[in-house]
Ligand binder design. Structure first.
Ligand code: UDP
Length: 371
């Protein structure tokens, strides 16, 4: 078999590239995926109760990149959902990122007022401060606050999620959820936020709906490597696997989801509730909130972090820390020596991309190769 473009992986990166190549270059694309569905870890489906379930955990689309928003909006209408997360802390459900409202919820008013004034005086209002930065402030009251938030929000959650303390990871990881000196309870402040009105899978189906795009599921690269000739290869799978792990395996974190249907209209008060300090799971997601699905039943997922082991579970997160970046850099050097082979996506770039950043990366790569 002969194709101009082979794309390995039908997730967000692969689907974006496939669409651009087919529509703008009018070239044929074979896109393969080892899974039995498109969409990668964004895959969702409607269950028999009419609830749209995200098979790989809650996915909320958010971006400040207008070009990315315009791009994906060609394939879907949006349910204009603004994500909020509650953390179960000291018996209460408080806004996460921990903000001024959270402070007033967990502390007596006089203490909360002092902390609010000091925070605003030190950092200003509407400012995001990573917890590891807040811990460096040399003020007794703010140290007390930083220690409280570190212990109650970050330490035990991060130990569960990564098997490591916050300070042993790249600061950008916990920096994703900074302390927010604001009354804004939303998880993201991006201009564009939403859930695809008919789900992510329908959005991907539209992206890949072209005579020039041939989708082959249940197919690994190794299954077809010797049978297909191609001019360009776009590889969104793990870069270390591509090179047969010859420099060693890049570490990943995995997740296990326990999905449970309850015979009640709602299980919890919010789409996502984090449990930093209780239980072995990190969070519970309740799916009907995302598209306001109406049903007398509800589906939730309990999310258990796990170490990634080849063949046993899936790669979800690259583990962002210096030594792993150094190993990735060696694989990248090997990749760059190849001709007409491109790596991208969370696994190909070994980067903790959000969905919008993965799309933007694919769009930028397309601009580069089309010349
Ligand atoms: N985090 C935490 N407590 C929380 C929420 C997040 O400690 O209640 C930390 C944790 O290390 C987590 C990171 O911040 O892995 C990033 O959180 P985010 O919600 O962005 O993770 P994702 O949704 O990508 O799994």
């Amino acid at each position: 078999m002969k194709v101009k473009n082979l794309i390995v992986g039908a997730g967000i990166s692969g689907a974006t590239l496939a669409y651009k190549i087919a529509t703008e270059l009018q070239e044929d694309v074979l896109i393969i995926d080892s899974k039995d569905h498109i969409g990668g870890n964004c895959y969702d489906y409607y269950n028999t109760d009419g609830i749209c379930v995200h098979q790989y955990g809650t996915h909320i689309f958010h971006t400040n990149l207008k070009n990315v928003w315009d791009f994906v909006s060609q394939f879907t209408k949006w349910y204009p959902y603004m994500h909020k997360v509650k953390g179960f802390i000291d018996g209460q459900e408080v806004p996460i990122p921990f903000n001024l409202n959270s402070i007033y919820q967990v502390f007596p008013q006089t203490i909360a007022q002092t902390l609010e004034h000091k925070l605003i005086e030190k950092f200003g209002f509407n400012v995001k401060v990573p917890i590891l930065e807040l811990r460096k402030v040399g003020d007794e009251d703010l140290n007390f606050l930083a220690d409280y938030i570190y212990e109650k929000v970050f330490l035990h959650y991060t130990l569960k999620q990564w098997g490591m303390k916050p300070e042993d990871l790249d600061p950008a990881v916990t920096g994703r959820v900074p302390v927010y000196i604001s009354r804004d309870d939303r998880y993201f402040q991006d201009v564009y936020q939403g859930i695809p009105l008919h789900g992510y899978t329908a959005m991907f189906q539209k992206m890949l709906d072209s005579k020039l795009i041939n989708v082959q599921l249940n197919t690994k690269f190794s299954d077809i490597r010797n049978d297909v000739s191609f001019e360009r290869l776009f590889y969104t799978g793990p870069i270390d696997e591509f090179f047969d792990f010859e420099l060693g395996a890049l570490p990943y974190r995995s997740l296990k989801f326990d999905f449970v249907t309850f015979d009640t209209p709602y299980f919890q008060s919010n789409s996502v509730i984090n449990y930093p300090n209780n239980y072995d799971f990190t969070r519970i997601g309740e799916y009907k909130y995302f598209l306001n699905d109406q049903s007398n039943k509800t589906v939730v997922s309990f999310e258990y972090p796990q170490s990634f082991e080849i063949g046993l579970n899936e790669r979800y997160y690259p583990i962002v820390k210096d030594e792993n970046q150094a190993l990735y850099a060696k694989y990248l050097a090997k990749a760059q020596a190849l001709h007409n082979v491109y790596f991208l996506g969370r696994l190909g770039d070994y980067k903790y991309y959000d969905m919008d950043k993965a799309i933007n990366r694919a769009l930028e790569l397309f601009e580069k190769i089309k010349k």
